[in-house]
Ligand binder design. Structure first.
Ligand code: SIN
Ligand code: FE
Length: 291
């Protein structure tokens, strides 16, 4: 499996040839990162003033825009806030057009998740170990149970100073799961019910969600694993766009400032090959149904 699968397009809404679409979905589902060196999310005049860490409030990791229009962790007001919202909505629309045209077999089955703007330099940023994305991990959301659904994310580097975003990509998902699962902390009995009852999670965590959180936490807290896991460093230069299933691709972000990101949720049943989903991999590994 290649870490990157490059696609030469410079148009967010394609068109893409059918063999290009088939290759793309195959590579994505195998755990490659689809890399678009020429796609370039272009900022509009006035938006460059948004490229500063102060746009983000102290409590937040990223500025976040929910599909219902709720904007959180932005410090701005008035016209500047509208400008930020406008940039994020435009990115969200572009990312949705890309997913829609590149993956015709997913069409109508993908749910839109939040859009984020990431204006803070990653290198040297202070974070609690579990929130530290410079450590290798797969994505799992403590408050949003996935119930088996996939996390598909589209990223764009919009850095104005020529600075690349540097990722490390780790080992294939199944290898990571084999390494981490035996040592991951088991969930506390009754916890999933309790978190849902007090509203700490949006619905109840399934055994799948518990295992995925176990992998996320287990990998981030295991410094020996972090040190010895094979890694491929990848520079995403300004103008680059990339996407992957972040619940499957073991990743860490080491450096970089000013990125946009759009999350999508994809049901396992929409995949060209559902057997490659973390859900099915973990079910084979544990010998039980997880959702
Ligand atoms: C992450 O999901 O770990 C962060 C990705 C990024 O901001 O580049
Ligand atoms: Fe992540």
């Amino acid at each position: 499996m290649d870490v990157l699968h490059a696609i030469d397009s410079d148009a967010w809404a394609g068109p893409f040839a059918s063999d290009e679409q088939g290759d793309a979905v195959g590579a994505l589902e195998q755990g490659s990162i689809l890399y678009f060196p020429h796609l370039n999310f272009t900022l509009r005049s006035g938006e460059e003033r948004l490229l500063m860490p102060r746009v983000l409030d102290h409590g937040g990791k990223n500025v976040s825009l929910e599909p219902d229009g709720t904007l959180s962790h932005a410090t701005l007001s008035g016209g500047t806030k509208d400008c930020l919202r406008g940039m994020m909505v435009r990115f969200s629309d572009a990312a949705a057009a890309l997913v829609e045209t590149l993956f015709p077999t997913y069409r109508g089955r993908v749910d839109l998740g939040p859009t984020s703007f990431r204006p803070v330099e990653i290198e040297g940023r202070k974070a609690r170990p579990l929130a530290d994305d410079t450590r290798l991990h797969v994505d799992a959301f403590p408050s949003v149970p996935m119930n088996g659904r996939r996390i598909l994310r589209v990223f764009a580097n919009v850095n104005p100073d020529g600075k690349a975003r540097l990722w490390n990509v780790g080992e294939p998902f199944a290898d990571m799961a084999r390494n981490i699962l035996p040592r991951a902390k088991p969930p506390i009995p009754g916890a999933a019910w309790f978190y849902a009852a007090v509203g700490a999670t949006v619905g109840r965590r399934t055994p799948y969600d518990e295992l995925m959180l176990g992998l996320h936490h287990g990998a981030k807290l295991d410094l020996a694993y972090q040190a010895k896991c094979p890694k491929t460093p990848i520079d995403f230069p300004p103008g680059a766009v990339w996407m992957c299933y972040t619940d499957q691709v073991v990743h860490a972000t080491l450096k970089g400032q000013h990125a946009l990101e759009q999350t999508f949720y994809v049901p396992v049943g929409a995949m060209a090959d559902p057997s490659r989903s973390p859900l099915r991999v973990l079910e084979r590994m544990t010998g039980r149904r997880l959702v």
